[in-house]
Write a protein that binds this ligand. Structure first.
Ligand SMILES: *[C@@H]1O[C@H](CO)[C@@H](O)[C@H](O)[C@H]1NC(C)=O
Ligand SMILES: *[C@@H]1O[C@H](CO)[C@@H](O)[C@H](O)[C@H]1NC(C)=O
Ligand SMILES: *[C@@H]1O[C@H](CO)[C@@H](O)[C@H](O)[C@H]1NC(C)=O
Length: 218
């Protein structure tokens, strides 16, 4: 016994909508709940003894925890908007009524940062709980997702090399500051000599009298 309401955007779902089908075991609500929230779903599923519930493609951002009937065995959450599962959600899955539940999580925009750690640990501990774990992909952060990975990595590498070169340059400057000071002094001396030479010559050229009077009078 199963029911298929998939691909019908439902506008309403009454509490007890499935009361007439107590033997319902599989319910397919893929791409059907986009216009609804979690609450009507919880009302409609109350008292049912479903084994399999399909909620793929519904834009869900969190586990529909309150809506899940006790004893559910399979929950299809593929192609939703889950970025991960929180420790609270995992705890709810570990509690007795849902302790045997398998989750399908493929095609969700998982955010692979520290917040994903509890979920990863949970999946590692009991790999049977997420049968499609191998198909999970990171949607964020950007450097971990898809093909831009390599490009970003090479830019980062390039940046690090540039920064290193800059640091080494600054270090050389710093360690060699005495030498540089000496070099600057020498340069200044040389310039002054040159300028004085010009000055001298200039004076010599324009004022031959003074030049003849004292060649060292600078
Ligand atoms: C669920 O079952 C209880 C009794 O087992 C009943 O009182 C309640 O009205 C039912 N809820 C729905 C939504 O069918
Ligand atoms: C995923 O879900 C969206 C609606 O949220 C739907 O438009 C799309 O066709 C679904 N993709 C697949 C591959 O089922
Ligand atoms: C791992 O799973 C077992 C049961 O399968 C449970 O008792 C234990 O607490 C879990 N450990 C963690 C770290 O989740």
């Amino acid at each position: 016994p199963g029911s298929r309401l998939a691909h019908n955007p439902l506008r309403a779902l009454a509490a007890g909508a499935f009361r007439g089908c107590p033997r319902l075991r599989t319910l397919k609500l893929n791409q059907a709940l986009l216009l609804l929230g979690e609450e009507p779903l919880a009302g409609a599923l109350r008292n049912l003894s479903l084994r399999r519930l399909e909620l793929a493609g519904n834009g869900l951002r969190a586990l529909p925890g309150g809506a899940l009937p006790e004893g559910l065995e399979e929950l299809d959450l593929r192609n939703n908007s889950l970025q991960g599962l929180s420790p609270e959600e995992l705890a709810r899955l570990d509690a007795a009524p849902l302790g045997g539940l398998q989750l399908y999580l493929g095609s969700n925009p998982l955010r692979c940062d520290c917040a994903l750690r509890p979920l990863l640990g949970w999946m590692r501990n009991a790999s049977w709980r997420v049968p499609d774990a191998r198909s999970l992909r990171c949607a964020a952060p950007r450097e971990l997702s898809g093909s831009p990975e390599l490009e970003t990595a090479s830019y980062v590498f390039f940046g690090i090399v540039l920064a290193l070169i800059g640091v080494i340059f600054l270090m050389v400057l710093y360690l060699n500051r005495r030498g540089i000071k000496r070099w600057l002094n020498n340069l200044r001396e040389a310039c002054r000599d040159q300028m004085e030479g010009y000055h001298y010559r200039y004076e010599q050229d324009t004022d031959p009298r003074r030049a003849s009077a004292s060649p060292s009078g600078l």
